[in-house]
Write a protein that binds this ligand. Structure first.
Ligand code: GRF
Length: 191
């Protein structure tokens, strides 16, 4: 069966992008990454895309008057690369309802908490501050509501005594790299 063409949107380090790139190397993995888009020109993930020979584009959000205009530019690039599924991987922009609707059911996000707990941009810090004994990560389909939408996969990690935001996020990241490729596969195979 033909591999599904996946576009990955990033803003930063792109370690989840790397996990997806690595999974796609396996001949029996059902996806290939055909485009990477970053809203930041200095995102390290762009180097990962280059290293893997994947076309990448920088779309600086500040250059667009509206969220829709920015999303339309990305949508055009995704179409250019015949992308069928979009994975958000540390992409730190809210998407317009127009974009979310257009990609409904084909738009995945990964979030560093056990959703529905700790939505938002500071999920790891917030879990620590709340004294949570456990945290983790969630892959879900994107809907109009922030960090909501049907869950595809989740993994739990303990919060250990003395954890800092950095140490906890590191533990969560390790699980993210495992469940994101698995969740994408699950979506494609319709499980
Ligand atoms: C991850 O923790 C992800 O859950 C969140 O942003 C972080 C991105 O990390 N949405 P990376 O850029 O993939 O390393």
């Amino acid at each position: 069966m033909a591999k599904k063409r996946v576009g990955v949107l990033i803003s930063g380090n792109g370690s989840n992008l790397q996990a997806l790139i690595d999974a796609c190397k396996s001949p029996d993995y059902p996806a290939e990454i055909t485009a990477v888009i970053s809203n930041k020109s200095d995102a390290y993930g762009l180097n990962r895309a280059a290293e893997a020979g994947i076309p990448s584009h920088v779309v600086p959000h500040k250059e667009y008057a509206t969220r829709e205009a920015f999303d339309e530019e990305m949508d055009g690039l995704l179409a250019h690369h015949s992308v069928e599924i979009v994975c958000l991987a540390g992409f730190m922009r809210l998407l317009s309802p127009w974009f979310v609707k257009k990609w409904q059911g084909r738009l995945l996000n990964i979030h560093p908490s056990l959703l529905p707990a700790f939505k938002g941009a500071h999920a790891v810090r917030d879990a620590l501050a709340a004294g949570a004994k456990e945290s983790g990560c969630t892959v879900h389909l994107v809907t109009d509501e922030l960090d909501s939408g049907p869950m595809i996969a989740q993994a739990r990690v303990p919060v250990l005594p003395g954890d800092t935001e950095e140490s906890l996020h590191k533990r969560i990241h390790a699980e993210e790299h495992r469940i994101y490729p698995a969740a994408l596969k699950k979506l494609i195979e319709g499980e």
